[in-house]
Design a protein around this ligand. Structure first.
Ligand code: SAM
Length: 233
C-alpha cells in the first residue's frame, strides 16, 4: 500500500514511521510512506497557506489553492488511484471495521488540517472521505493521521509477524472468542504474582475449554464495559 501524507508538519511523522510495526511494514515492502509539505504547493511568495475567515471570527482557515494544487500534484506522482482521506472532527468516526476496509485499498492520501480547518470548498471539490478519531478537538490532523495509519497498516496481510495476531482483537470481526466486542484477558509468566494466580483453565492444556473460557470472558467484559457493542443491546 502506498500512503501519501499532506501536512504542515512532516517532521512529526519521522519517529512514528521509523519504529515498530510501521517501520517493519515499510522494510518488508508492504507499505511505503510519502510525506508532502503543504507549503511547498502555495503560490504565495511568503509561503502562506491560510487566511482569515470571511464573516469574521477567530483563527485562520486553510486556503483552497495550496491544498487543491498539492492533491493534484501528489496524485499525479503515481498511477494508482488514491483514496482521499481528510482528517476532521466533523467526519465519520474511525472504527476497527473502517480500518479493515481501508487496509484493503492500494493507496491512501491522508490530508491533515490545522488552525480552524479547511475552506469548505476544499471538501466540496475533493469529495474526500472525512474521518474523525473521536469527539474531541486536537490542534492538527497529524496525530489523527498517525492513528489511522497505524490501525490500517497493521492489518495489511503479512505486516504482523503471525497473520492471525490481528484476529480476535477487540472491535474486530467476530471469531471463535471475540464477537466484535472487547477482547478476553491475557496472562503470561509467572503463574502467581502478588498473590494473584493465573486462572487454572489456561494451564489445563484443554484448547476447547480455553476457547470457551475466553469467549465467556470476552462476552462478560463487553457486557460490563461496552454494552453498546452488543448487537442485541
Ligand atoms: N474548527 C474545527 C472544528 O471545530 O471542528 C477544529 C479544527 S482543529 C483545531 C484543526 C485540525 O485538526 C482539523 O482541521 C483536523 O484536521 C484536525 N483534527 C482535530 N481534531 C480532530 C479529530 N478529532 N479527528 C480528526 N482530525 C482532527
Amino acid at each position: 500500500m502506498r500512503i501519501d501524507i499532506l501536512t504542515l508538519f512532516p517532521e512529526m511523522f519521522a519517529p512514528v514511521l521509523g519504529a515498530s510495526i510501521l517501520k517493519r511494514a515499510q522494510d518488508k515492502g508492504l507499505a511505503s510512506y510519502h510525506l508532502h509539505q503543504l507549503r511547498d504547493y502555495t503560490t504565495d511568495p511568503h509561503r502562506k497557506v491560510d487566511d482569515r475567515p470571511f464573516g469574521g471570527g477567530p483563527g485562520m482557515v486553510l486556503m483552497c489553492q495550496p491544498v487543491l494544487d498539492a492533491v493534484a500534484a501528489i496524485e499525479a506522482g503515481d498511477p494508482q488511484p488514491a483514496t482521499r482521506i481528510l482528517l476532521a472532527p466533523t467526519g465519520q468516526t474511525f472504527t476497527q471495521p473502517l480500518a479493515e476496509e481501508l487496509s484493503k485499498l492500494p493507496r491512501l492520501l491522508l490530508i491533515a488540517g490545522h488552525y480552524e480547518g479547511f475552506d469548505e470548498r476544499i471538501h466540496q471539490l475533493l469529495q474526500p472521505r472525512e474521518i474523525s478519531i473521536g469527539d474531541y478537538v486536537l490542534s492538527g490532523g497529524e496525530v489523527p493521521a498517525m492513528v489511522v495509519l497505524d490501525a490500517v497498516v497493521r492489518l495489511i496481510p503479512g505486516v504482523l509477524g503471525d497473520d492471525l495476531s490481528a484476529h480476535g482483537e477487540s472491535f474486530g470481526q467476530a471469531d471463535a472468542t471475540v464477537q466484535g466486542g472487547l477482547e478476553y484477558p491475557h496472562y503470561t509468566r509467572p503463574r502467581e504474582y502478588a498473590g494473584l494466580s493465573v486462572p487454572e483453565i489456561l494451564l489445563s492444556g484443554n484448547h476447547g475449554a480455553v476457547e470457551k473460557w475466553r469467549r465467556e470472558q470476552a462476552g462478560k467484559r463487553t457486557a460490563e464495559r461496552r454494552p453498546d457493542l452488543l448487537k442485541d443491546g
